[in-house]
Ligand binder design. Structure first.
Ligand code: 13P
Length: 249
């Protein structure tokens, strides 16, 4: 059985005051029926971990370097995230792939570093609107999975998030059929790389304009094991109903 996961990605949002949202979220879900993860900016990570220490909410990073230490100004290693209290780290988010030109190989190296540091790697994949319209979605997802997912992944150390680039922060959401098609495809592809048993245990998240109003419908899709939520994860009042919808799914 895959335990469902409601993950929030705060991106480059949040200063000290945002820790209150985390505390409110934790209080609202003392014994949740799913895993809850918030990935704040790294400046808040340590305090965020302290804020949720006695709760069921976990915290994670939004990116890590592939190396454990060294002369890489401005970068953060997976070990450092772990030390700050992270249980997980997002790698290969489309904003990293676009803003920082990260390749599949770099994402794979980061995911390997994350797993080696004892973190869960949340590997993101997803097509652009151009690729979707050109009918290239599944080919792209196949290539991204093949290039970004470490061969050594175990079901407990890997999460894959399908985030169509055109659905991120736009209010546009793929149809339920499109979400189902990609998630089914990802499960099958992962079985090729990791074997049936591992692939059957990997949690697959949908991300892109998830809100309280569309969450239940998305969570009802086979092979959707939760969500990676951006904007609607910033406020406990917005994220909490999404967590509740997942608990009921
Ligand atoms: P939004 O939920 O704001 O569309 O962002 C999704 C996302 O990119 C999460 O990583």
């Amino acid at each position: 059985m895959r335990r469902k996961l409601a993950a929030g990605n705060w991106k480059m949002n949040g200063t000290s005051a945002a820790l209150e949202e985390l505390a409110t979220l934790a209080q609202a879900h003392p014994a949740p029926g799913c895993d809850i993860l918030i990935c704040p900016p790294s400046t808040l990570l340590h305090r965020a971990a302290d804020t949720v220490a006695a709760s069921a909410v976990a915290v994670g990073g939004q990116d890590c370097h592939a190396k454990t230490s060294g002369a890489h100004t401005g970068d953060i290693s997976a070990d450092m995230l772990r030390d700050a209290g992270a249980t997980s780290v997002i790698v290969g988010h489309s904003e990293r792939r676009t803003d920082h030109g990260e390749s599949d190989a770099q994402v794979q190296a980061k995911a390997e570093a994350a797993i080696a540091a004892g973190l869960i790697a949340i590997v993101c994949v997803g097509e652009s609107l151009e690729q979707r319209e050109a009918g290239e979605t599944l080919d792209l997802i196949r290539a991204q999975l093949a290039g970004s997912v470490p061969q050594s992944s175990k079901a407990e150390t890997l999460v894959v998030a399908y985030e169509p680039v055109w659905a991120i922060g736009t209010g546009k959401v793929p149809t339920i059929e499109q979400i189902a098609e990609v998630h089914d495809f990802m499960r099958t592809e992962l079985a090729q790389h990791l074997g049936e048993d591992t692939a059957a245990g990997v949690r697959l998240l949908y991300g892109g304009s998830v809100k309280a109003s569309n969450a239940a419908e998305i969570f009802a899709v086979t092979n959707v094991d939760g969500a990676l939520v951006g904007g609607a994860s910033l406020k406990a009042a917005d994220f909490s109903p999404i967590v509740s919808a997942l608990e009921k799914a």
